[in-house]
Design a protein around this ligand. Structure first.
Ligand SMILES: *Cc1c(COP(=O)(O)O)cnc(C)c1O
Length: 340
């Protein structure tokens, strides 16, 4: 048995999900003729109280389409130094949109309204790029699954309105934040111009993301998705997996969060761990003694069929998910306690 904690993307469809996929009604989605995709787009838009939504093959493509919608080449976007859109999307903001990222030095992937105010201060000058967009991520990936304080997001939204900046949420793991903080999709729908969500992370679908926004934004996104090669045909088979995930796999995220906290509690008791970051959702980030070394620790866990991932700067990441069972959890906790 392999205990794969590399990411919450490693899950396989459950029997119930496969059943739903087998019975999906499908059509050609490039012509907007797939009834399952159309229904899912409508359902998610309504869930967030936003006008429209568009199904995407990946979160990366949904985020990059959002950046494209809000900017022109030469423009500037603000994001945290840990942001996925900056670090882990292959330089897409520069490649697809010709946009510069101004990185804000936040904490665990989150910055304050005051930091944004400061970063965006000053009057426009001919030698400065046009600031157009603020991107935030909830939960934060590189920040260890941290959740934003909603009142800080409201302050940030106010700044974006005052300064005429668009506001995009990379919500690849937004449902983890909603469950952890007892928040609603509508709260987020009211705050942001565009939101991307992923069904392929904690929700356990094999493929699928969605971009939400106004009718005008989503109309633009439809063309950009085609331009990026993301127009798909009978993709209702995948959309039905995502629909199933929304109906069955949201509330259970609390179990992943609980297991992550239990892993963190064990890591705090063992002498070879030097630091465990605050655990709010399904991501655990910790550091081991430099005498052991992160790469060596990961290799020795791999020898025990436990897969973890390095996150740079000595960080080691564990992500709990739908396919991480109670049995695996017991084995992992023992392995962590007995490591020497
Ligand atoms: C995973 C992830 C994405 C999108 O990833 P894809 O693999 O392209 O679906 C975007 N943002 C964050 C924060 C992520 O963790």
């Amino acid at each position: 048995m392999i205990i794969d904690l590399i990411s919450d993307t490693v899950t396989k469809p459950t029997p119930g999900m496969l059943q739903a996929m087998m019975h999906a009604q499908v059509g050609d989605d490039v012509f907007s003729m797939d009834p399952t995709v159309n229904a899912l787009q409508k359902k998610v838009a309504a869930m967030f109280g936003m006008e429209d939504a568009l199904f995407f093959p990946s979160g990366t493509m949904a985020n990059q389409a959002a950046i494209k919608i809000h900017t022109q080449p030469g423009d500037l976007l603000f994001c945290d130094k840990y942001a996925h859109v900056y670090n882990y999307e292959s330089g897409g903001a520069a490649f697809h949109s010709g946009v510069t990222c101004r990185l804000i030095d936040g904490s665990r992937g989150m910055f304050s309204a005051a930091q944004l105010e400061e970063a965006s201060s000053g009057s426009p000058q001919i030698y400065l790029p046009y600031a157009r967009l603020v991107c935030i991520e909830n939960t934060t990936n590189k920040g260890g699954g941290a959740c934003w304080d909603f009142s800080e997001l409201e302050k940030i939204e106010k700044i974006t309105r005052e300064k005429n900046l668009a506001f995009h949420l990379d919500g690849a793991r937004l449902f983890n934040a909603l469950v952890a903080k007892n928040e609603t999709p509508q709260q987020y729908g009211q705050l942001f111009d565009t939101i991307s969500i992923c069904f392929s992370k904690g929700l356990g679908a094999p493929v699928g993301s969605m971009l939400l926004g106004s009718k005008e934004h989503i109309h633009k996104a439809l063309r950009i998705r085609k331009l990026y090669g993301g127009g798909m045909r009978q993709v209702g088979f995948l959309a039905s997996a995502c629909d199933y995930a929304l109906d069955h796999h949201v509330e259970r995220l609390a179990e992943d969060h609980q297991k992550a906290k239990e892993i963190g509690a064990v890591l705090k008791t063992v002498s070879y761990v030097t630091k465990v970051e605050t655990i709010e959702t399904n991501i655990v980030i910790f550091y081991v003694d430099t005498a052991i070394g992160d790469d060596n620790f990961i290799k020795r866990m791999k020898d025990q069929k436990i897969l973890l991932t390095p996150m740079g700067e000595g960080k080691i990441r564990i992500v709990t998910h739908l396919d991480y069972t109670n049995e695996m959890h017991a084995i992992l906790l023992d392995a962590l306690r007995n490591f020497q």
